[in-house]
Ligand binder design. Structure first.
Ligand SMILES: O=C(O)CCC(=O)C(=O)O
Ligand SMILES: [Fe+2]
Length: 310
């Protein structure tokens, strides 16, 4: 199910003007909320404009479509939507400080943001580890054909789509070492992690804006949430340098993270009240030149148990 949010030409002109002036998207969202628009509608509209700008696409004309999972306001439901509590930013799960120390590697935190909570890590993986992951994953890649916005999985746009595969948790020595290091960096137990996912984006491929958390109203997610709890955080590690394009973008934060081999972007989006942060919306810009490889780790609230019980 999806909902169309219409907006006026005046609003469109206002958003474009302010973005061109360098206004922060969050400031626009706040102003729209001050004008009685719901947080969800304001987020969705501004995110659509920012995403279009960052990916060189034309801006939306007079409407945006959002999934019910994003809890879109519908005409006549404004008051119900307005009363929905905003996401409460609690103390991050993530480490504080400018360097984090895992068992076998110290990793520098190059930058961080609070809302959404995200951080850029330098040198989480060595160049050799990145190469080894690509070598092991390459023969096992399958096309990411599932386009499923409610789950945030494998959502691919562009003329070509990405290819992906999953390693089983600790399936060999290298993966065990990396599962341990990445879980330490994410400050959660190794068993809360889903198996490491490798994605390969050929030239032209990217991913559409999506959330990584599971949408509880989606029947397909309910069993998974019952088994392992919600997803709470993501670590995307870049396995190669991309000649041009392929940035991970966070439209609502106005952030764009360049893919650089061994570096990673971390973000979290679920608090102890089980609220999920719609500010964690993100996408991969299409790869303009070269190719892009990433390793993604998703963490759950509890030990991860897959559909087949392992
Ligand atoms: O490739 C990226 O930059 C983002 C990957 C991503 O969003 C995901 O794996 O969920
Ligand atoms: Fe994602």
């Amino acid at each position: 199910m999806s909902t169309v949010i219409h907006f006026s030409p005046d609003l469109s002109v206002w958003i474009l003007h302010n973005l061109n002036q360098g206004c922060a998207p969050t400031a626009l969202i706040q102003e729209m909320q001050a004008q009685q628009m719901t947080a969800q509608a304001a987020h969705a509209i501004v995110a659509a404009f920012v995403t279009a700008r960052q990916s060189g696409q034309p801006p939306p004309v007079d409407s945006v479509v959002i999934e019910d999972a994003q809890q879109a306001p519908q005409p006549g439901r404004q008051s119900a939507q307005a009363s929905e509590p905003d996401y409460v930013y609690e103390a991050p799960i993530f480490h504080s400080g400018s360097t984090l120390h895992t068992t076998d590697r110290s990793v520098r935190i190059a930058a961080r943001a609070a809302r959404p909570m995200l951080a850029v890590l330098e040198g989480l993986l060595s160049a050799d580890e990145c190469e080894e992951l690509i070598t092991l994953a390459r023969p096992r890649l399958t096309r990411s054909t599932v386009v499923d916005p409610p789950t945030g999985l494998n959502v691919v746009t562009g003329q070509r789509s990405s290819l992906g595969m999953f390693f089983r948790l600790q399936e060999n020595g290298l993966i065990a070492r990396l599962d341990k290091r990445i879980s330490e960096a994410m400050n959660l137990p190794i068993e809360n992690g889903e198996g490491l996912q490798i994605l390969h984006y050929p030239t032209g491929a990217g991913s559409a804006p999506h959330f990584d958390f599971l949408i509880p109203s989606n029947a397909a997610n309910q069993n998974s949430i019952a088994r392992s709890g919600q997803r709470v955080s993501t670590m995307v590690t870049y396995l190669n340098d991309v000649a041009s394009g392929g940035e991970t973008i966070f439209p609502q934060a106005g952030w764009s993270v360049s893919p650089q081999r061994g570096n990673a972007v971390y973000f979290e989006y679920c608090n102890s009240r089980n609220q999920v942060d719609h500010g964690s919306l993100h996408a991969s810009n299409p790869v303009e030149r070269g190719e892009k490889w990433v390793a993604t780790k998703w963490m759950r609230q509890r030990r991860f148990v897959s559909a087949d019980g392992v």
